[in-house]
Design a protein around this ligand. Structure first.
Ligand SMILES: Nc1ncnc2[nH]cnc12
Ligand SMILES: [Zn+2]
Length: 337
């Protein structure tokens, strides 16, 4: 195989699990803190990066929400999204489906309109300049109440046409999908698709709830599904996509080392697995680095890398004609490299 890193970067792919707030690099965090005169408990970019040593999901979320506090005006959300899109483009991403967490911002007085306008401006610009297409997914914070999620959905409805799906993220344990049935029902009634983080730290039963109660089109993470054989068979039968985030799983101690990740096991069971970056500024790499980390740790073959890219297109919310075009590009790339 050609050098794995350049093969992976050139492989056309979609990214389906990316929290835009998780792409806030320490350099931009410091810049925005200075712009808005926000005091930081770190003296330098290096000291901040050194704090990115997590013991579990919650220890990460505490730092992630604190970091998002520097995002204040539309220009900040635009700059954040634009920087992510430039990284994604360099990594061979042709289509991206981005999560945003409005409650992280509205809870501290930032208008929903400010957040979504900044993100959308960068997305539209990247479509024109870089040819990257997008979908936007509004995530509810599951540690907050179901009423707060419903209020957020109401705030989003005037922007209905800019949003493709709703999702569920933040602290998983103790906040099962069943807590959000009413708001997800309402979102589906509005024509929105649904996804949910499940089986990252939480048990396989949360994956089952996400399927049965929230009627999701994809499971975000889902790596704990292997603990429930009947669930695996169902996920295979339904070809329910899993948006797996390998570097995130290692950084948050879901797996002790990259070598222990179950990605190959998931693929070998015939699951529709995709590889994504989750929160690249915090976990040490954008999407190509996630592919590369798994290729190195598990000796993924060229055929497996190509399958992951194909899955990313098939699992996307793109129309089938656009999927076919990208799948053909992947086959052409595979044939010529
Ligand atoms: N990996 C993750 N799990 C749950 N919520 C998140 N929010 C940002 N990243 C997350
Ligand atoms: Zn996530």
């Amino acid at each position: 195989m050609q050098d794995a890193a350049s093969f992976i970067r050139g492989l056309p792919k979609a990214e389906l699990h990316l929290h835009i707030e998780g792409s806030l690099e320490p350099e931009m965090l410091f810049e925005l803190a200075a712009k808005h005169r926000v005091a930081l408990p770190y003296t330098s970019v290096e000291a901040l990066r050194d704090a990115y040593a997590f013991s579990d999901l919650q220890s990460f979320l505490d730092i992630y929400y604190a970091g998002a506090n520097v995002l204040r005006d539309e220009e900040d959300f635009y700059a954040l999204t634009r920087a992510y899109l430039l990284h994604a483009h360099a990594d061979g991403v042709v289509h991206t489906e981005i999560f945003f967490d409005p409650q992280t911002h509205t809870e501290r007085g930032i208008a929903f309109d400010t957040v979504i306008r900044g993100i959308r401006r960068a997305l539209l610009e990247a479509q024109l300049e870089l040819g990257i297409t997008h979908r936007l997914i509004l995530c509810f914070l599951r540690h907050l109440s179901a009423e707060s999620a419903m209020a957020t959905l109401r705030q989003a409805l005037p922007y209905r046409d800019w949003i493709t799906a709703v999702g569920l993220d933040s602290s998983e344990r103790g906040h099962p999908p069943s807590k959000f049935v009413t708001v997800f029902d309402r979102a589906r009634a509005e024509g929105l698709l649904t996804v949910a983080h499940a089986g990252e730290e939480g048990p396989p039963a949360y994956i089952v709830e996400a399927l049965d109660l929230l009627h999701v089109s994809r499971i975000d993470h889902g790596v704990r599904c292997l603990e429930d054989e009947a669930l695996v068979q169902r996920l295979v039968r339904e070809q329910m996509p899993l948006t797996v985030c390998p570097l995130s799983n290692v950084m948050l101690k879901v797996f002790a080392r990259a070598e222990d990740h179950n990605l190959r096991g998931l693929l070998q069971r015939g699951l529709c697995v995709t590889v994504n970056s989750d929160d690249p500024a915090y976990f040490g790499g954008y999407v190509a680095e996630n592919y590369l980390a798994m290729q190195r740790a598990l000796q993924l073959t060229r055929a497996e890398l190509i399958q992951l890219a194909r899955n990313s297109i098939l699992a996307s919310f793109l129309h089938s004609s656009e999927q076919s075009r990208h799948l053909a590009a992947i086959e052409a790339y595979a044939a010529s490299h």
